[in-house]
Design a binder for this molecule. Structure first.
Ligand code: GAL
Length: 851
């Protein structure tokens, strides 16, 4: 028996059929990623050119006979909106990124043999979509498998009854993102996450109901134990016949060594197993050690299923006085909020693009991510597990009260229980997740002027989805408190091992979500002046800043005097206009509900009971271009711009949150002669900094309670130099020179050796430099890209919030000296030469190999 296990473990580790790690393929559980070779059209049946040939409705379009030969061929994950043109008329509005929506159809033909499943004619065939934005309907061979409105949730259908086991099968997916606006940010459109087919024995393990659990609740209300039991669920059998099943469980450490084995029988359709791993390696931010649990399912001594998943062993605590602890050690969650878009790649999931985002965040000392404000991709969670990021996994941005006209609120009553439950079921094995969030700034926080006027009948419809609140309005709780408790119950039933929070901008005790039986962790969005009152308002309850800062910045743009604070707009409900359409990259510009980074950081550092914070936002994202309207179409909130280039404030965090020695001097040194210019420096590991302008000292500064030093000097061309010192000894120095005229292009790929897997990406930084190689900080030259070899331009960007250039065209203007081109493998191995040209500048070439 042991030998079989070893053999099949080999198979498990070697067979990487899927792009997202998730489930692996084995002989008895075959998982096939079907991302390649779909046909696509961005029209609904009314507009079909062959309407005259009998295509009158969706059902006809879904049928096996429909001719799709002329449709565009593509691979998913795919986002059609990112390929579109920006327009003020697009119904998504600038809030949604001003890109198009619409209705799109995808079709895919396959035979079981094509998928390598020729021997699986007797199997049960399941299809899983990791995410389709939005309102998707799926058919197989003209039979409807189902409809799923929520665009961020993963879902699965059973294809078996309609499958053609011998011949051609046709999957048809209608994606309806025509009802807009339905989002406060850019959502993307289409099958934007991966698709998998799984062939299993009709009696099989149910992955989402198979999970590790910590042992019994620990002493202390907000302590969560290490994993020590495993729940295994099977489907396709009833309880009596399940008695013939046996699960053999093995747990492997990260080196693949078996550390535990056991067996369990079933007397229902689930079974539980206790395990103990002596000296278990703890999962942590520094050492994200993962274990693999593998379950082999036998019936009458015959192996009928095997399923493996990763988990981690760690314990954590949200302490009302001392904040967060991981494995007994204090740790603040130095976090960021991230939306799911990947800049110029749109919302189409790409593992490397997410990994790069996390690497950039790690570079400034971030150890936590809030998936704002919707179910994240599986890839993000896997990467957080592997790289050691802590996660707040968030379900919704709205409940039944809408925030935009056509948003998820219209589906909430019918779907919330299913969507929230499926999120928890899908994600509960990820050790990175340390809390669930049931919502962001939901309007149900208030029961005052925004009273809901729900009838008892409507109220019951919302609460009674599987619940027994027969007289919800007579319980002593407000309706919205009952709803909060109902949502918390859904989560707690499925996962008692993590606390629940919510991002609340009603940051005081009247908030419905903070009621008894409501969220475990008090979560404030903003309202930093209320942070000191938390212990008095919420005695004995832990606290986290679920969202902070919302400063506004455009990379490389500076508004002086730098010590004046620009609040834009002056009040949240007032319009704002400035012809620059830019926000200052000194930390002196923010929205009226928020603060500068420095002000927030002061509160954060001073109050020990704050478990952590999630800065709004780590990266700029498409949509929500506060404080501007058209043509602004992406956010100003990021610490890093949309192209992935850090803004100056990145180095504030790097100096505070990492051990690296930091000195960052800004702005650039290309001004008008005689102009007064403010020079800032972020630094650490030193007690003073001295600035020299063309060799002349401008004085020594210390930081005091500020997080930066500042000098006001008169501009003269040449150079500025800052030296930091500790105890009189130089720690670091940085020189910024006046750049001359643009003369050349410089290309710097983030990676030069990539996988030829059709997915891998090289992010190439493009800089406009003078004849001496200095970055020209104001250059906006247009750059053209050509690619020779097995790769293509997957996207271009420059981080400018008002650029209306296409994210997909092989050209881009530089903005403040820089732009980005992203190359993607086309699946073939070989060397790729990227050439960048621009009139009047010397060309640049870079070679990248795909293996
Ligand atoms: C918050 C909200 C975020 C984002 C941010 C911008 O109130 O939760 O989604 O809109 O404001 O400042």
């Amino acid at each position: 028996m042991k030998k079989t296990w070893l053999l099949s473990l080999g198979c498990l580790l070697l067979t990487a059929a899927c792009t997202s790690g998730g489930e692996k393929s084995t002989d008895v559980r075959r998982v096939v990623c079907i991302d390649n070779d779909w046909s696509f059209t961005l029209t609904d049946y009314e507009a079909m050119p062959y309407a005259s040939t009998g295509i009158k409705d969706s059902e006809a379009l879904a049928s096996a006979e429909t001719a799709d030969g002329q449709w565009r061929k593509l691979n998913v994950p795919h986002d059609w909106a990112i390929e579109g043109e920006f327009s003020a008329k697009n119904p998504s509005g600038t809030g949604g990124g001003a890109l198009p929506g619409g209705i799109g159809w995808y079709r895919k033909h396959f035979t079981l043999a094509d998928l390598g499943l020729g021997d699986k004619a007797d199997a049960q065939l399941l299809i899983r979509f990791d995410g389709v934005y939005m309102n998707s309907t799926v058919w197989l061979n003209g039979h409807k498998l189902g409809n799923r409105p929520y665009g961020y949730i993963s879902f699965e259908y059973d294809m078996t009854p309609y499958l053609n086991k011998k011949g051609d099968n046709v999957l048809a997916v209608r994606v309806d993102n025509s009802d807009q606006p339905n989002s406060r940010w850019y959502s993307g459109c289409g099958i934007f996450r991966s698709v998998y087919i799984t062939a299993v024995n009709p009696v099989h393990i149910v992955p989402w109901d198979t999970y590790v659990l910590p042992h019994a609740p620990q002493a202390g209300a907000y302590r969560y134990g290490e994993a020590d039991s495993l729940v295994i669920a099977v489907a396709g059998t009833d309880a009596p016949s399940a008695a013939a099943l046996l699960a053999r469980v093995a747990i492997y450490n990260k080196e693949g060594k078996t550390v535990f084995t056991t067996e369990a029988s079933f007397d229902g359709t689930t079974t539980g197993v206790r395990f103990r791993i002596p000296n278990a390696e703890r999962w942590s931010v520094e050492n994200p050690a993962l274990y693999t649990a593998r379950i082999d399912l036998y019936r009458d001594n015959q192996l009928i299923d095997d399923y493996a998943f990763r988990f981690g062993i760690r314990d954590f605590e949200f302490n009302p006085e001392q904040g967060f602890r991981l494995n007994g050690k204090p740790l603040k969650l130095n976090g960021v909020c991230l939306h799911h878009d990947l800049g110029c790649l749109g919302s189409a999931v790409n593992r490397r693009a997410i990994q790069r985002q996390l690497e950039v965040m790690r570079g400034m000392g971030v150890n936590a991510v809030r998936c704002s404000h919707n179910p994240p991709s599986v890839e993000l969670l896997e990467l957080c597990d592997e790289m050691g990021f802590l996660v707040m996994d968030e379900a919704f941005d709205m409940w039944y009260r809408r925030k935009t006209q056509r948003d998820y609120a219209r589906f909430f009553t019918e779907w919330h229980e299913r969507d929230l439950g499926d999120l928890v079921r899908r994600d509960r094995n990820h050790p990175s997740i340390v809390m669930w969030s049931i919502g962001n700034e939901v309007l149900e926080q208030w029961d005052d002027a925004r009273a809901d006027n729900l009838s008892l009948e409507e109220a019951n419809m919302i609460l009674n989805a599987g619940h027994d609140y027969s007289e919800p309005l007579d319980t002593g709780f407000t309706f919205n408190q009952l709803l909060t408790r109902h949502l918390c119950d859904i989560v707690r039933r499925l996962d008692p091992s993590r606390p629940i929070t919510a991002g609340c901008n009603a940051a005081d005790p009247r908030n419905n979500l903070f009621c008894e039986g409501g969220v475990d962790i008090i979560g404030f969005n903003y309202h930093e002046r209320n942070f000191p009152r938390v212990p008095e308002w919420f005695p004995g309850r832990p606290f986290i800043i679920s969202e902070s800062v919302s400063a506004l910045q455009t990379r490389g743009y500076y508004r002086m005097p730098s010590d004046s604070i620009f609040v834009q707009p002056s009040r949240w409900d007032r319009p704002y206009f400035d012809p620059s359409f830019k926000c200052s990259a000194y930390d002196n510009s923010h929205a009226p509900w928020s603060s500068t980074h420095e002000v927030n950081l002061r509160y954060y550092n001073d109050l020990p009971y704050i478990a952590g914070q999630f800065i709004w936002s780590g990266f700029d994202y498409i949509g929500e271009p506060t404080p501007y309207g058209w043509p602004a179409r992406s956010s100003y909130f990021g610490v890093v711009d949309l192209a992935g280039f850090p803004k100056d404030v990145y180095y504030l965090y790097k100096s505070e949150w990492t051990d690296e020695t930091v000195l960052h001097v800004f702005p650039h040194w290309n001004w008008t002669e005689g102009q007064e210019v403010d020079i800032w420096a972020y630094f650490n590991h030193a007690d003073e900094a001295e600035l020299f302008v063309n060799g002349q000292s401008q004085g020594v500064r210390t930081k005091g309670r500020d997080f930066h030093t500042q000098w006001r000097v008169v501009y003269e061309p040449g150079e500025i130099r800052v030296i930091t010192r500790k105890n009189g000894r130089e720690v670091k120095s940085q020189t910024v020179r006046t750049a001359g005229e643009p003369a050349a292009i410089r290309l710097t790929p983030d990676r030069k050796h990539l996988a030829a897997d059709g997915r891998d990406l090289s992010f190439v930084t493009v800089e406009i430099v003078d004849k001496d190689g200095n970055l020209c900080p104001l250059a906006d030259n247009p750059v053209n890209f050509s690619v020779n070899g097995p790769a293509f331009v997957a996207g271009v960007d420059n981080g400018l919030q008002t650029s209306l250039e296409s994210f997909k065209a092989p050209q881009r203007h530089a903005f403040n000296g820089k732009c980005l081109v992203v190359l993607q493998s086309n699946g073939t191995a070989g060397r790729v030469t990227l050439t960048a040209t621009s009139d009047g500048l010397s060309d640049a070439k870079s070679t990248i190999s795909f293996k």
